[in-house]
Design a protein around this ligand. Structure first.
Ligand SMILES: C[S@@+](CC[C@H](N)C(=O)[O-])C[C@H]1O[C@@H](n2cnc3c(N)ncnc32)[C@H](O)[C@@H]1O
Length: 340
């Protein structure tokens, strides 16, 4: 987990925490674009982790600080992004993209949203987390589509970023595809995205479908942490709307809370068991959208079991896979729209 990333000219410095339950501490490697960082300080004291993660060996010394200098800035951001990986002694492998973190070239960054706009979508006003979180999810999705479907993002005719919020994903999707649409119920974030992210079109939508978008408009949908906020009745209605909006064989990547996120937040295990037993668990209302939507009961915190997704969501889509911890810290559900 990166804590801070500082880029000065052609140098990148990354600080953060690396707490592995698999790899021996003295064999861990810190890589940038697949090669070892030139300077690594590790392991450094991390008493801040003792309270949340004291039960994991190594929690008292799991901070790192790495520095790397490229020949030029463009060496760091080969295709517009730098890839940071922490691995065991053998380095990266075919699936390392799922745990890598990606940092976008600051020279190509578009204007940033306000701290309040960021806070509404990621729960903290921190711009850096917003940026590397968005870049990471888009690049992991790009690799996932290549890995599973042999498809680049650019090969899709029309991409929907459902619940685009402040454009955390949209701002990087537009670097990889010219055909992106962002929709959200948050009018303020939609207006700000439309002003600052010229490579996509944006539309505010009502709390309940249908939207004004034509049927069969999209062949790829990403929906990051949207279904984690809707109760069952609302999400059923939106899954049906996503079915209407997609063409046959369209791919959807929708995220849900899973064990990776629960472990990171140290959620009580009982909660996971309850979600497992009940299938869908509405933990209560979420106040983050209070300033932008009137209905205080709409936006919630919701968990799903994999069993529930495999059965319930199959009403609208083929559920191809649920991959843990790949959508940032959330799980990604890979769906395909059936032929009519
Ligand atoms: C946790 S935020 C994530 C935003 C964005 N996907 C990201 O990853 O940064 C959830 C977003 O979903 C939006 N949202 C909630 N219900 C929605 C709905 N029914 N249709 C479209 N957007 C919705 C919220 O306004 C918010 O922007």
């Amino acid at each position: 987990m990166p804590g801070s990333i500082v880029i000065t000219g052609n140098e990148i410095m990354v600080e953060g925490w690396a707490l592995s339950v698999w790899d021996a501490q003295d064999q861990m490697r810190f890589l940038i674009n697949g090669s070892d960082f030139a300077h690594v300080e590790w392991p450094l004291e991390s008493h801040d982790l003792l309270v949340p993660f004291g039960d994991i060996p190594g929690a008292a010394a799991s901070r790192f600080r790495c520095r790397h200098t490229g020949q030029a800035q463009r060496d760091l951001f080969v295709d517009g992004f730098a890839r940071l990986s922490i691995t065991g002694r053998f380095g990266e492998h075919r699936l390392s993209y799922r745990t890598a973190w990606y940092v976008a070239d600051p020279a190509r960054e578009l204007p940033a949203p306000s701290p309040a706009q960021i806070q509404r979508v990621i729960g903290t006003p921190d711009l850096q987390s917003f940026l590397f979180g968005g870049a990471t999810i888009v690049k992991r999705f790009e690799q996932l589509l290549l890995d599973r479907f042999d498809r680049t993002l650019a090969s899709f005719q029309s991409i929907l970023d459902w619940g685009c919020g402040a454009g955390r994903l949209t701002r990087y999707l537009t670097q990889l595809s010219p055909k992106v649409t962002g929709i959200d119920i948050d009018a303020d974030n939609i207006a700000s995205c439309a002003r600052t992210l010229p490579g996509a079109r944006f539309l505010r939508v009502d709390l309940m479908p249908p939207t004004e978008l034509p049927a069969g408009s999209f062949d790829l949908v990403v929906g990051l942490s949207v279904l984690t906020h809707l109760d069952e009745q609302v999400q059923d209605a939106w899954l049906a709307e996503l079915q209407r909006l997609t063409c046959p064989q369209a791919i959807l990547l929708l995220s849900v809370q899973g064990l990776a996120q629960m472990s990171l937040y140290r959620a009580p295990p009982e909660l996971h068991l309850q979600a497992h037993r009940e299938g869908i668990l509405d933990v209560g209302s979420n106040s983050q959208l209070e300033e932008v939507i009137e209905d205080r009961s709409y936006y919630r915190n919701v968990m799903h079991s994999h069993d529930y997704i495999l059965t319930r969501w199959a009403r609208w889509f083929d559920v191809l896979d649920i991959i843990e911890g790949t959508a940032g810290n959330q799980d990604v559900v890979v769906l395909r729209r059936r032929a009519d």
